[in-house]
Design a protein around this ligand. Structure first.
Ligand code: AMP
Ligand code: MG
Length: 330
């Protein structure tokens, strides 16, 4: 089991003291799944049974997307010896989106990075630096063009293996929110280790307020707060999984060209979007592209994003501050 992603990118501030009394108290459950901490809170029209079902759905996504669980669909695909394999609609959709992001980023976003991810251990207590030879060997298997998809069949050529860590949580957050909405829930927050998606608004009719984590600071230290009503808020950052060795920081967003953590001018990126799968893939992609190309891509896609530069300076896509009522932390 890999170390749990304990630092949440985003902090939720449900200012319930300001809420009108609601018909029932919020229902919250916290658990550990998908290699991270999951918190689901139902504010309106929820029930304990629905909360359990939402967690069960999350567990089923884990059984689809985990690369380490021998029972999972991704594990079985990774070990299918390159044979064409019929996959679930969930896996097919995530793969198609991942390939779209590979095309858009000229291969900087690449879910075939799996063998390189396997070589790094980003735990602070027992960090591991792969050797040049190990990296070169693993890089030989990284190539998103070797992921072939056709009518729900997937073929992984030339030893390709998948790691969907950069996109699967977003897809799961979308699925859980869709399920809750279908079941009549009108106000909820689904937080999959900082990959946050909201359902509706707070019970008092006001938007949820979501804090954006300040890189490397204690949890609950934010750079600012935004208003969110039904959207997703996803961060990627060098501070999420990293270790330091001889004064250098090695983080978990890896460059498919070199096998090393991507050299970037950014500490973090936070993306606000309707679709959380897209927000998840995009936030990782923007980290790869850096401030200039990243901001241009986000604006071209019409998605709001905030970038924290290595210097600590903040940069926003056009209209971010006004549209999301961004308030800087004091
Ligand atoms: P995120 O936290 O969403 O930015 O995703 C980071 C995770 O995605 C890492 O922990 C790896 O599992 C995986 N990953 C690392 N580098 C890449 C990359 N260049 N493209 C796609 N996935 C990556
Ligand atoms: Mg991501």
């Amino acid at each position: 089991m890999k170390p749990i992603k304990i630092i949440l990118c985003l902090l939720l501030f449900c200012l319930c003291s300001a809420c009108k009394p609601s018909s029932s108290a919020p229902l919250t459950k916290v658990g550990t799944m998908m290699d991270t901490i999951i918190t689901i809170t139902l504010y309106e029209n929820g029930s304990p049974a629905l909360l359990e079902q939402a967690f069960a759905l999350c567990a089923s996504y884990e059984t689809t997307f985990s690369r380490t669980d021998p029972q999972s669909e991704v594990y079985r695909l990774n070990h299918a010896g390159g044979k064409p394999t019929v996959v679930s609609q969930d896996l097919y959709t995530v793969l198609q989106t991942a390939l779209t992001f590979s095309r858009m980023t000229d291969g900087a976003f690449d879910v075939s990075i799996c063998p390189v991810v396997d070589l790094w251990n980003f735990s602070q207590t027992s960090p591991m630096m792969p050797s040049e030879e190990e990296l070169a060997q693993a890089l030989g298997k990284v190539n998103w063009n070797n992921i072939r998809t056709d009518r729900n069949t997937v073929q992984l050529l030339d030893g390709v293996q998948l790691d969907l860590g950069a996109i699967a949580k977003g897809y799961a957050a979308d699925g859980i929110c869709d399920f809750l909405i279908e079941q009549g829930v009108t106000s909820a927050i689904v937080d999959l280790g900082g990959n946050v998606k909201t359902v509706g608004v707070r019970p008092d009719g006001q938007p949820f307020q979501v804090g954006i984590q300040k890189p490397f600071e204690e949890r609950n230290t934010t750079i600012g707060i935004i208003d969110v009503a039904g959207q997703s808020v996803v961060s990627s950052g060098v501070y999420e999984r990293f270790f330091r060795l001889e004064d250098r920081l090695y983080h978990h967003i890896l460059d498919p060209k070199t096998g090393y953590p991507v050299q970037t001018d950014l500490l973090s990126v936070t993306v606000v979007s309707e679709d959380s799968m897209m927000g998840d893939a995009l936030s990782t992609s923007l980290m790869m592209l850096g401030l200039e190309r990243g901001r241009a891509l986000a604006e071209e896609m019409g998605v709001h994003a905030v970038f924290v530069e290595q210097t600590g300076q903040l940069h926003f896509t056009a209209g971010f501050v006004e549209a999301l009522h961004y308030q800087a932390a004091e």
